[in-house]
Design a protein. Structure first.
Length: 372
């Protein structure tokens, strides 16, 4: 793709610019392309130690396995020391890997993790922190999402990670180390029905950008990973999402349920599950991005592992708002019309009956894309 773009640029320059200017433009473009394509030099692993949160499954578990195989001292936190992921890490990793139970919503667990990290890095120091643990338990419009869900997402995805990061900063400043945080495109774009999760990720990314500026004099580098949709255990667990949908239906006030309709929520749920079927099974692009952020001499501030993210961000930043909204609806969740707005329903006016379209069929639409 880079070579094709350079060839097209060369053709344009030859026709639109005088030779010296064309040469200068091509030289600059070639330098930029090579600098982007060239792999950044990496630091040796040596005796570096890294703390990774959320290693029960998904990105955290796979990153712990890879870093352990590379020779890192890995401190892996899990919600349950007897979970299948924790047992897998015990079985397949070296004795250097240490498991620790931690719930980011419990200050006592975070304090214990800080003491644990200090005790196990006295000889090596702490090189890196990977804020991987994340939480989301509802896929619904903001009005339908309990406020408690927003608080839960913020507690794990923002406040817990903030408290842990602040607690480890003395160790990271001493080693001039790295902070790597797994974000989400849902924190950059208004994905339908992911407001609670996206808002917490947006807050976390802004916090990391602030850390990046403030820790620059200390030599600590901060990177954010913005992955596409990958087939982690939470994505595969369709039964879990079914249970959460039923809990949402059971907890909704009767007025809201009548206004939106149960079929409206079933429609959202069906499209969300359909989008999850397109998740990428290979988690290695995210694991490789985390590894590069930890070891590259000059790590990027942002990594975007996954297919189609470049197009998504181009549409989000450069196309009109209406097209951006239509894109996210088409490739993720396209709402049907709430029950109260459908023609002939109580509360709809004759003008609405004439003007409103019943909306898309409640069956899942084609090719939505889920945000991680």
């Amino acid at each position: 793709a880079a070579l094709a773009l350079l060839a097209a640029l060369d053709w344009l320059c030859q026709r639109l610019l005088p030779p010296p200017a064309a040469l200068a433009v091509l030289a600059a473009a070639g330098w930029i392309a090579l600098s982007r394509l060239a792999r950044s030099p990496r630091l040796p692993v040596a005796t570096r130690a890294v703390l990774i949160t959320g290693c029960d499954s998904g990105f955290g578990k796979e990153t712990a396995k890879k870093l352990d195989a590379m020779g890192f001292t890995v401190l892996a936190t899990v919600l349950d020391l007897d979970s299948p992921g924790a047992l897998e890490l015990r079985t397949c990793c070296s004795p250097r890997l240490r498991l620790l139970q931690m719930d980011l919503t419990k200050p006592a667990d975070i304090s214990r993790a800080l003491e644990f990290t200090k005790a196990h890095t006295t000889s090596t120091g702490l090189w890196g922190l990977v804020n991987n643990a994340g939480y989301n338990d509802v896929v619904a419009d903001v009005e339908l999402s309990p406020v408690a869900t927003f608080r839960s997402c913020m507690e794990v995805n923002f406040f817990g990670a903030l408290e842990l990061t602040k607690g480890l900063l003395p160790l990271l400043r001493r080693s001039r180390g790295r902070i790597v945080t797994v974000g989400s495109p849902a924190g950059d774009m208004p994905y339908p029905c992911l407001a609670a999760y996206g808002a917490s990720k947006a807050a976390m990314v802004l916090l990391m950008d602030t850390f990046s500026c403030e820790l620059l004099p200390w030599g600590v580098k901060v990177s954010v990973i913005q992955p596409g949709c990958f087939k982690t255990e939470s994505v595969r667990n369709v039964g879990q999402w079914e249970q959460r949908k039923e809990l949402l239906l059971a907890s909704l006030p009767q007025e809201l349920l009548q206004a939106y309709g149960e079929d409206y929520i079933e429609h959202l749920h069906g499209q969300f599950l359909h989008s999850l079927r397109l998740a990428l099974p290979d988690l290695s692009p995210v694991v490789d991005a985390i590894t590069d952020a930890l070891l590259a001499v000059q790590p990027r501030r942002r990594y975007y592992p996954g297919h189609g993210l470049g197009l998504m961000y181009f549409i989000h930043y450069y196309l009109p708002e209406g097209l951006r909204r239509r894109f996210l609806q088409t490739f993720f969740i396209n709402h049907c019309l709430p029950r109260a707005l459908r023609p002939g329903q109580p509360g709809s006016t004759p003008a609405q009956d004439a003007a409103q379209d019943p909306g898309p069929d409640p069956d899942p639409g084609p090719s939505p894309v889920a945000a991680q």
